[in-house]
Design a protein around this ligand. Structure first.
Ligand SMILES: *[C@@H]1O[C@H](CO)[C@@H](O)[C@H](O)[C@H]1NC(C)=O
Ligand SMILES: *[C@@H]1O[C@H](CO)[C@@H](O)[C@H](O)[C@H]1NC(C)=O
Ligand SMILES: *[C@@H]1O[C@H](CO)[C@@H](O)[C@H](O)[C@H]1NC(C)=O
Ligand SMILES: [Zn+2]
Length: 972
């Protein structure tokens, strides 16, 4: 499946729910020779689990299924009936057949002899174990190994309304008529809702599907229709599909609808169609996909050198769908906006197209990784999703290099992987079997981290050798189930052929990543005439040791092209003579070329100073990806490891006037935000904003303030980040530009292609009053939320006073959360707002305590309190609130702790920052106390209204996010 996680925060919310302790029992080694032997591989775990298992006993296995389904979904009748005939084989003597089923009603079960047409038992008795989705059929006696039986089951059920199993979807026609259709989503455990079956990913059988449906609808499934005949009433089609290859149940799919389609433009041996609701297809929304599917399929066949196994591929855009897309063999289902290009959506067209290309690549990659070779059990979901994640970016990079999709590894895949691992997650090979917990396997570890680990080994082995290894993996396990051991074996074979004299043991190397959670932080220290490399899992360690491929460039050998490992760090630490790696004393070294390795680096202070100097003198010596990575690592070096301080961060900023790569800019945002937050409202804040203006303006002069049709994404990205910060620094040109667009929008209700906060900086008093009145009285007001959040951006004291009035006005419709957020926005958007708010709170806290949650609001405001006299004012307010019983002692402490954290930051960094700005001599040591608790040392006024960057960017982006997040909390 495809999980499109665009916003990290949304992702974090999902993953934190899923987090689980790590199961150390699972450090298994697998069996290299181990072809798929039924259930033996996993049996070792079963013994360790609770007595009840969710796994089938597998004393019988299916050979094939004949499934007949009848539906009247066209007339909004959601009942369906089914008949399934399963040919099974007894594997161990048994008098019971155990299958999966879920939320369907069994009418009758008959057992027939599998080899001759004779009944054995009609109306067999059966039991349900609902908690485990088991259907247990009682046989009349024990049957021996290799006996073949036919199990005939008649049943009925209902199309679900939750997008799982066999479900109903709907859409509205142009005539506003609601049409219903039937569709499926079986991964992970929902095939059992459409028909009783052996619903495990390691079990395959041929399936022959027949669907009986109204003549006004058509049915599509994994394979071609072989026959369509009228039923006896003449009203229905009996649509019969070709028998599938031996296939996993979760990959079966069908859609019964009145959808239309467009053919793929590529004429290849595999016909492809793009299906969707009739209006969308007639408008040409499927044309973009129709142009790309052929090339993506062709490229995968070419690089893997394994043919796509079916004779057709259909791509269906569903209006009702829980994920981004699902890789059913031969019938990929998508949420409609993931496949169709609806140009009326206010989204950057190139980004939108890139999204479609990526998701098609992802699902196509699954046709090999997951469909041709499947994991023996969901424990190894990463064998599907890790490869799909890698190819989501890798295939578009080859087919459409100008779109630069591999960059997504650095901007989204790796950050997500690191974030998942930092949350104390589980190992890639972690075993799970409870159907609810199985969803955990479809998160940041199964997708992003696995994709990163695979990419690392792709570069370690080099692309051609890695692809050759994948070919061995796919051909040796063709249409079978596998474990990571089979993958290692394929890669090893290719590696040995290419490098007969090398002795790398691929499985040993890979297992350190697959079987241990977390990622390593590599520390580099200059130690005499050596460099010392050491590793530790970050942030918390259980003494994990990973096999880490180290690559690097040094000042005397600044080569950023060679991505093959120079040193394997396979112990906790390793001392290397400097001369051995072209490192000269007092020079820089940069690790992890192109961030191929799944690790982060912690440089010592002297190395950081050399790196920063290089960037200041000539940044282009270091390649853009590594420059971006260095920004992230600098942030950690400053905030976590104490190698550098905020003044070093400020010093580095000065080169950003000539840094034109948006990827580097975006990585620097962490440091920018940190500095901005901590300097907010302090005596040097205006100077800080001066620096920001100075480094953003030159770029805006080049790329302009406004999007131009057809411009490349890099240009838009650079504009977007530099404009955000330029506006934040209150550059007049910036928000006048935004305000004009706002006025345009306000009058013509045009597309909102501006940032509301920036636009409302200088909003006219009458318009402000009007907007405030609207949000206070009308909960249906369009864009209410954006405006509500942005009113606090105004730099006009009169406007802010009005806003305070509404916060206290109990006659209006604002709820207490909205009142709290209005106040926080004022505080965080300008120093003027912060100061006015503190006065307001001091005067009105009693009234405020009635209309909003004082603790929550004050806790959030505490982040913006950095220096005196604000700190003392704030602290005295908090103490008063506690004395007057408006907050508890415990909450008082929490707020004060937060303020103390800011004070600590100031203590640690402020002195050097003042030196940086030339406000102090380096020798002064008493600076901090004097400065923070005494009147300010410079004439810089802290009353100048200044702003902080908007956390949410433009409205367009928000729409984008709503669409994407709505689509998929999880898409494959
Ligand atoms: C669907 O089935 C239920 C019982 O299973 C029945 O009560 C209901 O009338 C059926 N609906 C239609 C439209 O036939
Ligand atoms: C399914 O329908 C086909 C076509 O009508 C028929 O030949 C077959 O016997 C049916 N199978 C089952 C299991 O009902
Ligand atoms: C798609 O192509 C097939 C085979 O060439 C053709 O029969 C069919 O009419 C085409 N359909 C559309 C909608 O273009
Ligand atoms: Zn997927």
């Amino acid at each position: 499946m495809k999980l499109f996680v665009i916003i990290l925060s949304a992702y974090l919310a999902i993953s934190s729910v899923c987090s689980n302790p790590v199961d150390k029992r699972l450090r298994n080694k697998g069996t290299i020779e181990g072809k798929f032997r039924f259930n033996e591989y996993d049996a070792i775990y079963l013994k360790l689990e609770e007595p009840t298992t969710y796994r089938l006993p597998n004393d019988s296995i299916p050979i094939n299924y004949e499934i007949n389904l009848t539906t009247n979904v066209h007339k909004k009748d959601f009942n369906f009936t089914g008949k399934v005939k399963i040919r099974i084989k007894i594997v161990e003597p048994t008098d019971k057949i155990t299958l999966h089923y879920k939320s369907i009603t069994i009418n009758k079960i008959d057992i027939w002899n599998g080899l001759q047409p004779a009944p054995i038992l009609l109306n067999a008795s059966f039991n349900y174990i609902e908690s485990h989705d088991f259907l247990i059929i009682n046989l009349p006696n024990i049957f021996n190994k290799d006996t073949e039986l036919l199990i005939n089951i008649a049943y009925h059920g209902q199309l679900r309304d939750d997008g799982g199993g066999f479900y109903r979807g709907s859409y509205k026609t142009e005539e506003e008529v609601i049409k219903y259709y039937g569709a499926t989503q079986f991964e992970v455990t929902d095939a059992r809702h459409a028909f009783p079956c052996y619903d495990e990913p390691g079990i395959r059988a041929e399936m022959t599907l027949t669907i009986i449906h109204d003549k006004s609808y058509s049915a599509i499934s994994n394979t071609d229709v072989v026959e369509q005949i009228e039923d006896e009433t003449g009203n229905y089609w009996i649509t019969i599909f070709a028998t599938t290859p031996k296939m996993q149940t979760y990959l079966l799919a069908f859609v019964i609808s009145d959808f239309e389609y467009v053919n793929s433009t590529e004429t290849s041996r595999i016909p492809q169609r793009i299906y969707g609701v009739p209006k969308a297809i007639r408008e040409g929304q499927g044309d973009f996909a129709a142009n790309v599917v052929g090339q993506i399929l062709g490229k995968l066949e070419e690089i893997l050198d394994v043919k796509y196994p079916l004779s057709k591929m259909d791509h269906v855009a569903l209006t009702t769908f829980n994920f981004g897309a699902m890789e059913n063999m031969g019938l990929i289902t998508y949420f409609h906006n993931s496949l169709l290009l609806d140009s009326s959506l206010p989204i950057n067209l190139i980004e939108y197209e890139n999204g479609i290309i990526s998701i098609i690549s992802h699902e196509y990659a699954h046709q090999w990784f997951g469909n041709i070779v499947s994991p023996i059990w969901w424990q190894y979901t990463w064998l599907n999703e890790g490869f799909a994640t890698l190819f989501t970016e890798y295939i578009p990079q080859i087919v459409y290099p100008e779109r630069g999709s591999m960059r997504n590894f650095h901007t989204s895949v790796m950050p997500m992987a690191f974030a998942s691992d930092e949350m104390g997650s589980w190992a890639m090979n972690q075993y799970t079997e409870d159907p609810v917990k199985l969803w955990d396997k479809f998160g940041g570890i199964g997708y992003s981290k696995s994709g990163c680990v695979l990419r690392m080994f792709m570069e370690v082995m080099t692309e051609p050798v890695f692809l050759k290894g994948l070919n061995y993996y796919l051909t040796h396990n063709y249409m079978k189930a596998a474990t990571p051991a089979e993958l290692h074996a394929g890669l090893q074979k290719a590696y040995n052929e290419e490098y007969p004299t090398n002795t790398l043991d691929i499985s040993e190397l890979m297992y350190t990543w697959e079987n241990q959670p977390g990622y390593p932080l590599i520390s580099v220290t200059v130690s005499g005439s050596d460099l010392l490399f050491s590793q530790q899992r970050y942030p918390e360690s259980d003494n994990e040791i990973y096999s880490v491929p180290l690559t690097f460039a040094t000042q005397s050998k600044p080569d950023f092209t060679d991505k093959t490992p120079k040193i394997w760090l396979r112990t906790q630490s390793l001392q290397v003579p400097q001369t051995m790696i072209s490192y000269d004393p007092n020079n820089w070294i940069v690790l992890n070329i192109d961030q191929v390795g799944y690790y982060r680096v912690d440089y010592d202070t002297s190395l950081w100073h050399s790196i920063i100097n290089q960037l200041l003198v000539n940044h282009s010596v270091i390649n853009p990806i590594n420059r971006a990575v260095l920004q992230n690592e600098l942030y950690l070096g400053c905030t976590e490891f104490n190698r550098v301080n905020a003044a070093d961060g400020l010093r580095l900023l000065s080169y950003f006037g000539v840094e034109t790569e948006s990827i580097v800019w975006n990585a620097a945002v962490l440091t920018l935000k940190d500095l901005n937050e901590h300097l907010f409202g302090t005596a040097v804040y205006e100077q800080f904003l001066g620096i920001i203006k100075g480094i953003t303006k030159p770029h805006l002069k080049v790329v302009g303030y406004d999007f131009m049709d057809g411009e490349d994404l890099e240009k838009s990205d650079l504009r977007s980040v530099t404009k955000t910060w330029n506006c934040m620094a209150l550059d007049d040109d910036c928000f006048h530009n935004e305000y004009e667009k706002f006025l345009d929008f306000f009058e013509n209700q045009d597309v909102a292609n501006f940032d509301f906060c920036n636009a409302l900086r200088i909003v006219d008093k009458d318009i402000f009053k009007d907007l405030l009145g609207q949000v206070a009285s009308n909960d249906k007001y369009p864009y209410r939320n954006q405006i509500l959040k942005s009113l606090g951006c105004s730099l006009d004291p009169e406007n802010l006073e009005k806003l305070f009035g509404e916060i206290l006005n109990i006659e209006n419709i604002l709820d207490s959360d909205e009142r709290g957020s209005l106040l926080q926005e004022v505080v965080s958007k300008s120093v003027l707002g912060l100061e006015m708010s503190l006065e307001f709170i001091e005067e009105s806290y009693a009234a405020l305590s009635i209309v909003l949650d004082l603790y929550e609001t004050m806790y959030k405001i505490a982040s913006f309190i950095n220096s005196d006299p604000k700190t003392s004012t704030f602290v005295s307010i908090i103490n008063k609130l506690q004395t007057e019983d408006l907050i508890s002692t415990e909450n008082q402490q929490k707020i004060l702790d937060r303020v103390a954290k800011n004070t600590k930051w100031i203590e640690r960094n402020y002195h050097d920052i003042l030196v940086h700005f030339g406000l102090l001599q380096t020798t002064t040591t008493t600076a901090f106390t004097t400065l923070v608790s005494e009147p300010q040392p410079t004439q810089l006024s802290t009353n100048i209204p200044v702003t902080t960057p908007n956390s949410a960017s433009s409205f367009i982006l928000q729409i984008n996010l709503i669409i994407i997040c709505g689509l998929l909390s999880i898409n494959s």
